[in-house]
Write a protein that binds this ligand. Structure first.
Ligand SMILES: Nc1ncnc2c1ncn2[C@@H]1O[C@H](COP(=O)(O)OP(=O)(O)OP(=O)(O)O)[C@@H](O)[C@H]1O
Length: 767
């Protein structure tokens, strides 16, 4: 929703208008207390704000008055989120007479909630007080209490009471508070947040500000000033890079407001060095050029593909002047006349910096770059946190490896086989198994038809059941022959030792593993790559695949039983479920890991999938549909891996991966530090100072960095950053110890590694 008041040209809040003083009197107060006026004016101007005021100092007015004024001016609602459910009713009864409000929380009956919603919908109230659970809709605590955004009046702003809860612990442990801002932004379109708290250390306050998307007004003012100034004021096609997605939204919105009416349009810089002459020429241009359609738009990987395409196209065809983006923008961008690149936040390395500024001036015409450096190191600390967030601890690696190398029965089966064929020499066994393998490879024997035409008799399917008691391998020829070599091994690519297991094809659903381990998808992928690149090639990565197959029979359980007769993979899946104790006789559907089933049977996955899909079609029925529905889901990491790793081998692999992860972390930290130090050594105090010699100095530092890196084969030296002094550290340490003790006491039923605790306290978690 549009704010009530606009900002001044340089991004500041206007003087408090009389209407606001009048509203204050309406609510029964004569004057503002300290902090209230500024906070109220910021909210009325659409600027997210954090108010830290001691108990009883009047924080409530900071949302009451704006909610009252917004509701007076247009049909809208303000949201107040408070965790103190027991106090909500008291809060409402103590309101000034003119201020009407309603509340919804999980202790209310359905009827009470419906009455409150009705009041909101019919515009009878200025604000709605809700508990975080109601808003986020967590299970069992009032899911669906709140109507959809379409049914609600537009939300003017959202106030988060006890805002320190946003920062208190990590995302994993206070899901509703931590998801709050996301839900408000994405589901209800909230752009303006007011955080209220009586307790916040400076670092907590900074963290809350980050969650609420509170802009650093000074930074934005400097950016506005730069974009209006001599160097950038006349440039089209500018990319402004930010580290965080929310920041791109906020900065773009502010630029739209602050640059309105001062837009210079069309063309690039004239290349003239005399500022007066250049200005004159630009002004002349301005008169004859048609205005650009768009001033500033944000771009980040979290936006929909269509929205990203729209922004990119507008920028490409010159209709959009400024893109405020994360690094996601620019990859593959083919625009030669980008005239300016501004780093609103520091890049994570020189490598990234060079790549990003390299997007300007590809047509050989002059282009400008500018980097804003937070001298206090706020960006540096933020980027450091990102690095720590990407690192995976030892226990997480162990849990991943358990998923990658689940134990198989190959060894046991090998021993069993040895018993049966004890007279057969190893080499003979190899031959036997290979022949068996060739005969039973569906792709070779039946390239076009359904995979299981060999298996269409009931008798064979019965065998499947019995053999599954011994894990199913023996019937299908793969995995059971301990001495049989896989194609990869014949190529000589795999573990040279003779193992009982010759690898299995496996899949791990991406979403499931990302959530279970709290590691981003790329993080898991990197670890799997390390395993593949290991000299012993512990895994072989295959194309990601949909690994869950669901077969539903509209004609009921009997039809499913019939399907098992013609389709061995379904028979195998059902048999495994039966063995696991599930009652499948009355079921008309079955869901299974199709990769696992194909592996057990020793059949190729694409053919198994194709055959399953064919179950949907029948020549016997009108319309060609068989009444069987086959669906594939769960995008998964897909690979071949061993199932007979000893505990020592597992430990060794954990150490190997952990070592790689730590090395990666150290390198990234070094790159970041080197980058920060170099920028700091050439930085200016003011945005408008320009000194060619500093630019030359930076270029020299960059060349030196890349030369040194080349000499050391990619490695760079550890640069020391000035750390806080010992007393300061000791003070922090005590505070950190207290926090950790409190946290562990709260979660005494769970186990945390030191690193996990550190990540939690850093508020790291969102990937
Ligand atoms: N501008 C003002 N002039 C006079 N009284 C005020 C003003 N603003 C707030 N008050 C009064 O101060 C008292 C405390 O206000 P309020 O409950 O908003 O404090 P608070 O900071 O939210 O406290 P808590 O942290 O306990 O929630 C209330 O009685 C309120 O009416």
């Amino acid at each position: 929703m549009e704010p009530l008041y606009s900002l001044t040209e340089d991004g500041k809040v206007h003087e408090t208008p009389e209407a606001v003083h009048a509203a204050l009197r309406d609510l029964g107060y004569q004057s503002f207390r300290a902090g209230q006026e500024e906070a109220i004016m910021r909210i009325l101007s659409g600027l997210s704000t954090l108010v830290v005021l001691s108990t009883g100092m009047g924080k409530s007015l900071c949302y009451q008055l704006p909610a009252y004024l917004y509701a007076q001016r247009s049909r809208c609602i303000s949201l107040v989120i408070s965790p103190l459910i027991s106090l909500m009713d008291d809060q409402l009864s103590g309101l000034p007479a003119k201020l009407r409000a309603a509340c919804i929380h999980s202790n209310m009956t359905r009827k009470q909630r419906e009455a409150a919603i009705e009041k909101v919908k019919s515009g009878q109230v200025c604000f709605l007080l809700v508990s975080p659970e109601v808003l986020v809709g967590s299970a069992g605590s009032g899911t669906g209490c709140l109507p959809s955004a379409q049914e609600l009046p537009p939300v003017a702003f959202a106030c988060i009471d006890e805002a320190h809860c946003v920062s208190e612990w990590s995302h994993n442990f206070r899901p509703c508070y931590l998801r709050l801002c996301k839900v408000l932004r994405e589901r209800l379109g909230v752009r303006c947040f007011l955080g209220l708290t009586a307790t916040a250390t400076p670092s907590t306050a900074l963290d809350i500000a980050r969650h609420l998307g509170i802009s650093d007004q000074q930074g934005v003012s400097a950016l506005v000033s730069l974009l209006k100034g001599e160097r950038f004021g006349c440039l089209d096609s500018i990319i402004v890079y930010c580290t965080r997605r929310e920041e791109t939204l906020r900065v773009a919105a502010l630029l739209r407001t602050c640059l309105q009416g001062v837009l210079l349009t069309g063309g690039g810089p004239s290349g003239q060095t005399d500022p007066a002459a250049r200005r004159k020429k630009e002004l002349a241009r301005k008169k004859i050029r048609k205005p650009l359609k768009w001033l500033a738009e944000s771009y980040h990987a979290g936006m929909s593909a269509a929205e990203r395409r729209r922004v990119q196209n507008n920028f490409m065809c010159g209709e959009l002047r400024i893109v405020v983006a994360t690094v996601a923008f620019g990859m593959g961008l083919d625009k030669s006349d980008v005239r300016g690149v501004v780093h609103y936040n520091m890049p994570k390395s020189f490598e990234s910096y060079v790549q990003e500024i390299g997007r300007a001036g590809r047509d050989g015409e002059p282009a400008h770059c500018h980097l804003f450096l937070d001298a206090e190191g706020a960006d540096l600390h933020e980027l450091r946190r990102h690095i720590y967030a990407d690192t995976v601890d030892y226990y997480t690696i162990k849990r991943l490896l358990q998923k990658v190398f689940p134990a198989c029965t190959c060894r046991r089966l090998q021993e069993h086989q040895k018993g049966r064929w004890k007279d057969v020499e190893d080499s003979d066994l190899l031959e036997v198994m290979e022949e068996h393998d060739q005969e039973n490879q569906p792709d070779r024997a039946a390239p076009a038809g359904p995979v299981w035409r060999f298996w269409s008799s009931g008798a064979v399917v019965e065998d499947v059941d019995q053999d599954l008691a011994a894990s199913g391998h023996a019937s299908f020829g793969d995995g059971a022959g301990g001495a049989r070599l896989t194609t990869r091994e014949r190529r000589g690519g795999v573990c040279p030792e003779r193992r009982a297991c010759r690898t299995h094809e496996r899949a791990i659903p991406i979403q499931e593993v990302v959530e279970a381990l709290d590691v981003p998808e790329e993080g898991v992928e990197t670890l799997l790559c390390y395993l593949e690149l290991h000299p012993q090639r512990w895994v072989e990565l295959l194309h990601p695949t949909l690994s869950v197959c669901k077969v539903s029979c509209y004609d009921g359980p009997k039809q499913l039983q019939k399907v098992t007769k013609i389709c061995p993979p379904v028979a195998v899946a059902l048999a495994r479920k039966r063995m696991a104790g599930e009652r499948v006789e009355r079921s008309d559907r079955v869901e299974f890991d199709v990769v696992e089933v194909a592996d057990i049977m020793g059949w190729q996955l694409p053919l198994v999938k194709r055959g399953l899909r064919q179950l949907q079609w029948s020549t016997d029925r009108a319309g060609g549909r068989s009444g069987v529905l086959v669906e594939f889901s769960a995008a998964s990491f897909h690979f071949r891996s061993y199932g007979d790793l000893s505990p020592e081998e597992m430990d060794g692999l954990c150490r190997f991966l952990h070592g790689r992860v730590q090395e990666q972390e150290r390198t990234r930290l070094r790159q970041l530090t080197a980058c920060f130090q170099a920028f700091r050594s050439v930085a200016f105090q003011s945005v408008h100072l320009l000194d060619g010699s500093r630019s030359q100095q930076l270029k020299a530092l960059l060349s030196e960095y890349f030369d040194r890196k080349k000499e050391r084969g990619g490695a760079i030296q550890q640069e020391q950053l000035q750390e806080p002094d010992t007393n300061e550290l000791l003070g922090w340490e005590e505070q950190v110890r207290t926090d950790i003790r409190r946290f562990l006491a709260l979660r005494s039923d769970e186990k945390f590694s030191g690193r996990a605790v550190a990540r939690i306290l850093h508020g790291i978690g969102e990937s």
